[in-house]
Design a protein around this ligand. Structure first.
Ligand code: PBG
Length: 326
């Protein structure tokens, strides 16, 4: 036998040398949930290991992330009051705006803050935009998204990540941010976001399930991949600085396809349902949580993503530090 593949698998040092995919904690982004109020630090039932923090308690979550080696957060907000146009999304003293300011005061630039820009957590009807009858009015929604993004950066966020899936929102955000003097604030577009059943635990955590209908008139149909390339191209043309595919695990082919088309950095979002499945199967004694976590996260990078939003960010950073992946 001339070729013996096992020669290169003989020991950890050699296997470590020839790894084709390299990952680092620098590529990880941890979601963090801010809830309006004070003195709140409650574990989220649908996302074990994650908490709702009021702005005055957010430092706990930030501290834990930094300790683990994760220095990027994706912020979500749960307002005390919701209304038809989601006005707490862009209120100067909204929960995310307060959270950003509190975190900045304590941690300065040690932590990189990305904000999710969407209205669904703030609207009484739970849809991602302004309603016209039973439908979401695309163009009207844009001005509210712009106000939200500008208010996040004004409060001290580093980057905005629109997740609403309205058409033209990246161009609108770029224009709005520039007009407000925020030319240097990057936009991470959830360019390719599917209407997915994997968002269930998040919607419980964020109280953002639509009160009627679904999100299929704005989020993508999971039968499609050419459409993903079109969405990615459009957002790139509109001025997105980074693109994202979401969810991750059932969309590795999409991540690969988009990564081959674009020159922009590509992120993927391993969503709440992916986390919940691993947690539940591990709790039932069916799989090894650590092993499955490592393997599934690595697959996203192997598919072509260069960064990953994941509820396992802290644990993955530790796995990378130990060299189990990376
Ligand atoms: C807001 C938003 C959602 C998620 C991220 N941003 C929910 C949705 O679109 O319904 C889902 C994240 C997750 O499931 O972890 N639009």
């Amino acid at each position: 036998m001339i070729e013996r593949s096992r020669r290169l698998r003989g020991c950890p040092a050699l296997r470590g040398m020839i790894r084709e995919t390299r990952v680092s904690p620098k590529s990880l982004i941890l979601p963090l949930f801010l809830q309006e109020g004070t003195n709140i630090c409650n574990e989220i039932p649908s996302l074990p290991g994650h908490f709702h923090y009021s702005p005055d308690q957010a430092a706990r979550g930030v501290e834990a992330a930094l300790q683990a080696g994760v220095d990027k957060l994706l912020l979500f907000g749960l307002p005390a009051e919701k209304d038809a146009c989601g006005s707490q999304a862009f209120a100067e003293d909204g929960v995310v705006q307060q959270g950003i300011q509190a975190i900045r005061r304590q941690f300065g630039r040690e932590i990189y803050l990305i904000t999710d820009v969407c209205l669904c957590e703030y609207t009484s009807h739970g849809h991602c935009g302004i309603l016209a009858g039973q439908d979401v009015d695309n163009d009207k929604t844009l001005e509210y998204l712009v106000r939200t993004a500008v208010s996040h950066i004004a409060a001290g966020a580093d980057m905005v990540a629109p997740s609403d899936m309205m058409d033209g929102r990246v161009a609108a955000l770029r224009q709005g941010l520039d007009q407000a003097g925020f030319q240097n604030a990057p936009i991470l577009s959830y360019a390719v976001k599917y209407a997915s059943s994997f968002y269930g635990p998040f919607r419980d955590a964020a109280g953002s399930a639509p009160s009627f209908g679904d999100r299929k008139t704005y989020q993508m149909d999971y039968h499609n991949v050419k459409e993903a390339l079109k969405e990615a191209r459009q957002d790139e043309e509109q001025g997105a600085d980074l693109l994202m595919v979401k969810p991750a695990l059932s969309y590795l082919d999409v991540i690969r396809a988009v990564s081959e088309q674009t020159d922009l950095p590509l992120a993927a979002y391993s969503v709440s349902g992916e986390y919940a499945m691993i947690k539940a199967a591990a709790a039932a004694g069916l799989i090894d949580e650590y092993g499955v976590m490592c393997e599934s996260a690595l697959s996203v990078f192997r598919a072509g993503a260069s960064s990953l939003v994941t509820y396992y960010a802290k644990e993955l950073a530790e796995a990378m530090r130990k060299g189990d992946i990376g």
